[in-house]
Design a protein around this ligand. Structure first.
Ligand SMILES: [Fe+2]
Ligand SMILES: [Fe+2]
Length: 135
């Protein structure tokens, strides 16, 4: 699995949101590096928590904008966010209990989810948000 490189293909054309997506991508890359280096569990555990917390923050920024501007796809979009947070929280919990080992497969899941979500779901709000003057 290669590291994720942010390219304009991942841009939602709203710079404040692109910046947050870049931070999330960097976190997944860091996670991938730590797993490759076989870093200790405590460090990996802290990184999952950091990633989960930032993901929650980022989703809440998007959702606040959806609510504020009455975005029609709000419910559908939020469902995807909630599902992902649940999955990451579950990974965190199972890892901390020693039930799972974090693998490239898990990193690939995080990577694929984020890329698909940005390209398939987040990008749908670009036109709407730009019309509302969000940048
Ligand atoms: Fe997003
Ligand atoms: Fe989103």
């Amino acid at each position: 699995m290669a590291l994720i490189k942010w390219t304009t293909e991942l841009s939602v054309n709203i710079s404040s949101i692109d910046e947050q997506h870049k931070i999330l991508i960097n976190m997944i890359n860091e996670f991938y590096e730590k797993i490759s280096e076989k870093s200790n569990n405590e460090l990996i555990s802290n990184l999952i928590t950091k990633m989960k917390d930032y993901t929650i923050l980022h989703f809440s920024v998007e959702e606040k904008l959806f609510e504020q501007y009455n975005y029609a796809d709000f419910e559908q979009h939020k469902k995807q966010h909630d599902g992902f947070i649940k999955k990451v929280s579950d990974l965190e919990e199972r890892f901390n209990k020693g039930e799972i080992i974090l693998s490239f497969e898990i990193t690939k899941f995080l990577k694929d989810w984020l890329i698909n979500h940005i390209q398939g779901t987040d990008k749908k709000y670009t036109k709407f948000f730009i019309e509302k003057g969000i940048s």
